[in-house]
Design a protein around this ligand. Structure first.
Ligand code: ZN
Length: 133
């Protein structure tokens, strides 16, 4: 693992920039990664053009899951919800800047899964790993 990125992940895990819960919000979703015990909830506010004006995450779990959520929330500020729907696994991996094995990848992708499920307005039963491929 690249030391610079490892540092970024630890820093974002310890002092996240976007931890919180927005109330009121336009988008809300939450889900777990049972393999690791990670939990992420995401709240998003959008303007009349569906641009993300504010977003936040809350939850608990390993450093990868929490750091990925913080970086992802930062990344979507100012983006259109249609753009958010097209984000992929590669975007999250780029944000983290490290190569991840399959177990860690699930941790990293939990926030993207939650975000996209919220953006698409899915119910809990409709969420699948295909969302983040
Ligand atoms: Zn995890």
């Amino acid at each position: 693992m690249d030391d610079l990125y490892r540092q970024l992940i630890i820093e974002r895990y310890k002092t996240p920039h976007y931890r919180g819960h927005l109330d009121p919000h336009d988008i809300f979703f939450e889900d777990d990664n049972p393999v690791c015990g990670d939990h992420i909830e995401i709240t998003v506010r959008t303007d009349e053009n569906d641009i993300v004006t504010e977003a936040a995450f809350d939850g608990h779990g390993c450093s990868i899951s929490q750091a990925a959520a913080d970086l992802l929330i930062e990344y979507i500020h100012g983006k259109n919800i249609e753009e958010v729907k097209t984000l992929t696994k590669d975007d999250v991996v780029d944000l983290l800047g490290i190569d991840l094995g399959p177990v860690r990848l699930k941790c990293a992708l939990l926030s993207l899964k939650v975000l996209k499920a919220g953006a698409y307005g899915l119910s809990v039963d409709e969420v699948s790993d295909e969302l983040v491929e």
